[in-house]
Write a protein that binds this ligand. Structure first.
Ligand code: C2E
Ligand code: MG
Ligand code: MG
Ligand code: MG
Length: 279
């Protein structure tokens, strides 16, 4: 056993380590092929306003693995980020989402909908990120003011100047920004004033406990109040029950997303009518 060779020896022969390395290599190779073979797809989850009307959707990435199973992002995005594959994958997501937006715009019933797209830090940091977004918009004919990019607090921590510059450049073309998973990171509130966000997204973990945990409730209330102060819309993610929706509505939340209104679904099963859960 390599372990017996001494503390400073790299354990090349640890079998569990070996299998982990090869599992990662396999997954990476499969993801690479997945891009070429069009094995990525988007699911869409509706977002509703206080009246229960559908105002837009968030697109959520899925991967169809070689066994045909639908794999959620948690199982492949971390590796895609480490390997850099998130760059071509993220580009595909943007291109596909913009194409969908353009298709919605062409029909009166869906013309008003917005579409939110998750952007990974690595993708956002690329020097050509702004160009990439603008090119997708131009190539597809999407209305930039219906496109909303979701970024997380981790992005605000490093290189604020770069973040501000890119956001301002895209904002100038009409693109919107939402701060995803808000409340879970460590961003300083002073950044929020400097960055041209349009929307704060209350993280699912607070929504989940809003009726049972006073801390979660206090955080949700604070985010809603902050939105009011900074004149940002506030959307709650992960709304699963009527009671959670009612609590959020009573505290002034503007919009909602979650299983109570609809799960992420393929486009063809998506119901963009006012959902059953309307007020
Ligand atoms: P997120 O952007 O915060 O997306 C919300 C996640 O919560 C989604 O998980 C969604 O399916 C789930 N969700 C929505 N409503 C409910 C609910 O009522 N209850 C519960 N329990 N869950 C709910 P999903 O689709 O597995 O995505 C996970 C994360 O993966 C996303 O979190 C986002 O950070 C990332 N992601 C998804 N698509 C993309 C993408 O295209 N690019 C990048 N870079 N990241 C993505
Ligand atoms: Mg998101
Ligand atoms: Mg989120
Ligand atoms: Mg979240």
């Amino acid at each position: 056993r390599a372990k017996a060779a001494g503390r400073n020896t790299i354990r090349f022969f640890d079998p569990s380590m070996q299998s982990e390395v090869s599992a990662r290599a396999t997954l990476e190779a499969q993801l690479r092929c997945g891009l070429r073979d069009e094995r990525f797809l988007l699911h869409y989850q509706i977002q509703v306003d206080r009246e229960g009307a559908v105002i837009g959707a968030e697109c959520l990435l899925r991967w169809r693995d070689p066994q045909g199973r639908l794999v959620p992002p948690v199982a492949f995005i971390p590796l895609a980020e480490q390997s850099g594959l998130i760059l071509p994958i993220g580009h595909w997501v943007l291109q596909t989402a913009c194409g969908q937006l353009a298709a919605w715009s062409a029909q009166t019933e869906t013309a008003q909908l917005t579409l939110a797209v998750n952007i990974s830090a690595r993708q956002f940091r690329r020097t050509d990120f702004v160009d990439q977004v603008l090119t997708c918009i131009r190539d597809t004919g999407a209305d930039p003011s219906r496109l909303k990019l979701e970024i997380t607090e981790s992005l605000l921590l490093d290189d604020v100047e770069d973040t501000v510059a890119k956001m301002i450049a895209l904002k100038a073309r009409g693109v919107g920004f939402a701060l995803d998973d808000f409340g879970t990171g460590y961003s300083s509130l002073s950044y929020l004033k400097r960055l041209p966000f349009d929307q704060l997204k209350i993280d699912r973990s607070f929504v989940l406990d809003v009726l049972t945990d006073t801390n979660a409730a206090a955080i949700a209330r604070t985010i809603i109040a902050l939105g009011r102060t900074l004149e940002l819309a506030v959307i709650a993610e992960g709304v699963e029950t009527e009671e959670q929706r009612d609590w959020l509505a009573a505290h002034g939340c503007h919009a909602y997303q979650g299983y109570f209104f609809g799960r992420p679904e393929p486009l063809d099963s998506l119901s963009l009518d006012t959902p059953k859960a309307s007020l």
